[in-house]
Design a protein around this ligand. Structure first.
Ligand code: UD1
Ligand code: CA
Length: 452
């Protein structure tokens, strides 16, 4: 089977500068929900039109793209992808703005289509509000769909509606597309008219209308977001993850979490994030596109495109940016920012620190207020710190610079030169004590005042 996704429409009611299908549900654009589902069933084609260049940017490289310009209806959209249809394969039609369709539903639709040898099999549903939906009329082995605007009084009462999702035999579809016209209320080429040309068609009714409900405005976008969110959280809970407060937890569709991990309130986890077992994440934590192993604690922190190994503790108030790797048993504490840095086993940066473009060995202690000065206004430079080194508080490490194994950097140092292994580096003004200076100064001043 091949899958063709229609996504050329305008989406007027979104009141948006952007095409409808790039609006997101749980951080993932609608079109990508549909493409990911479609890929499970075969080669994928997408018809784009309205603001096509924007939609194109969201599509993976392995889908075929067809341009529909201007947009003259759903039938016309399929005609624009004629080259994609093969006569010896079935074609599944999906909509780019119907993101919550279930895999099982498509499997069942496919089975019904194949077992009965239909030319067209229509996925139907019974929406509460029928406005805008085509009605299903069955006569023997024939199915006809009458668009809402073209219905008569009797047809208007029909409750079974067209979802717009179908499986067609490729051969039948290729033969029929040339036979439809735009002789209707909207002067459009209706894909529904192809169904009427078939002598052998069937339908399958979906129980839960939400599955095939499209997004037309931002109210529906929020409704689908809520539905999708609930479903994902339920699945996670049923698979052994504790979600303390589902109301305040947002987890994307591509997130994987291991058993006995606990997600605390006000936590958002997005993208292709993988979290292992026995982790505690949150409260007040945001994680994007990251890999977290087992028994990791992340509290009140931001984590983006980072890797965290076993038994690491992060936060509160840490910010791990792109390219951070924390090896086993690392501790990153409050107001610590990391970027493109690898931090070795058991090393600690507990307070008020910036580590950028740094490679840090094992068992290193990074004192409070340590800054890697990695940027001179033009370029970024690396810092490396050897195993068991100790960086005193409030030190500035001016990159490029290497701190040797076992070296100690005195607190308050500005380090501009490499420090050899096992050495003490002091990069600060020598302290001077002037004994009794305060008393002497006071005596002089007091005498001067008395003379007035
Ligand atoms: C269509 C069906 C209707 C069904 C409804 C379900 C037709 C004629 N009618 O309604 O029976 O109940 O879907 O939602 O097919 N699109 C294009 N190019 C176009 C027009 C639409 O790619 O020229 C895409 C849209 O982006 C959207 C989908 O097709 O993803 C449906 O378009 P929409 O205008 O919402 O559907 P209707 O034609 O109103
Ligand atoms: Ca629609």
């Amino acid at each position: 089977m091949k899958v063709l996704i229609l996504a050329a429409g305008l989406g007027k009611r979104m009141k948006s500068k952007y095409p409808k299908v790039v609006h997101k549900i749980l951080g993932k654009p609608m079109i990508n929900w549909v493409v990911d589902l479609a890929k499970d069933f075969g080669e994928v084609g997408v018809v784009i039109g309205y603001k096509a260049e924007i939609v194109r940017n969201y599509l993976p490289n392995d889908v075929k793209i067809y341009l529909q310009e201007p947009q003259l209806g759903t039938g016309h959209a399929v005609m624009c992808a004629k080259d994609f249809i093969s006569p010896d394969q079935d074609l599944l039609i999906l909509y780019g703005d119907v993101p919550l369709l279930k895999r099982e539903t498509i499997e069942n639709l496919k089975t019904i289509h194949e077992v009965n040898g239909y030319n067209a099999t229509v996925l139907t549903f019974m929406p509460e509000d029928l406005t805008g939906y085509g009605r299903i009329i069955k006569q023997g082995a024939k199915v006809r769909i009458v668009e809402d605007r073209d219905t008569n009084k009797e047809q208007k009462k029909i409750r079974e509606a067209n979802s717009g999702i179908y499986v067609f035999s490729g051969k039948f579809l290729l033969e029929s597309l040339g036979k439809i016209n735009n002789d209707n209320a909207q002067k459009e080429y209706y894909l529904t008219d192809v169904v009427a040309l078939s002598e052998r068609s069937g339908t399958m009714l979906v129980e839960d209308p939400i599955e095939v409900t499209g997004v037309n405005d931002r109210i529906q976008l929020a409704q689908l977001e809520t539905t999708a969110r609930q479903k994902i959280l339920e699945n996670l809970m049923l698979s052994g993850v504790t979600i303390v407060d589902p109301q305040s937890t947002f987890i994307g569709p591509d997130v994987v979490i291991g058993i006995d991990s606990i997600i605390h309130p006000f936590t958002i986890i997005e993208g292709r994030t993988i979290i292992g077992e026995d982790c505690e994440i949150g409260p007040y934590t945001h994680i994007v596109e990251s890999q977290i192993d087992n028994n990791v604690r992340v509290v009140r922190s931001e984590v983006e495109k980072s890797v965290i190994e076993n038994d690491v503790s992060v936060g509160p108030y840490s910010r791990l940016r792109e390219g951070t790797v924390l090896k086993e048993k690392v501790k990153i504490g409050n107001f610590v920012e990391t970027k493109k840095s690898v931090i070795g086993k058991k090393s600690k940066a507990q307070h008020l620190t910036y580590l950028g473009d740094a490679t840090i060995g094992e068992d290193v202690n990074i004192g409070a207020g340590t800054i890697t000065c990695n940027y001179d206004g033009y370029n970024k430079y690396p810092t490396s710190i050897g195993d068991k080194a100790f960086i005193g508080s409030n030190s500035s490490l001016v990159a490029p610079v290497n701190i040797g194994k076992g070296a100690i950097v005195g607190a308050g140092s500005v380090i501009t030169k490499d420090v050899p292994d096992d050495s003490l580096a002091l990069g600060r003004a020598m302290q001077i004590n002037k004994e009794g200076w305060v008393k002497i100064k006071k005596g002089v001043t007091d005498n001067a005042n008395n003379q007035e």
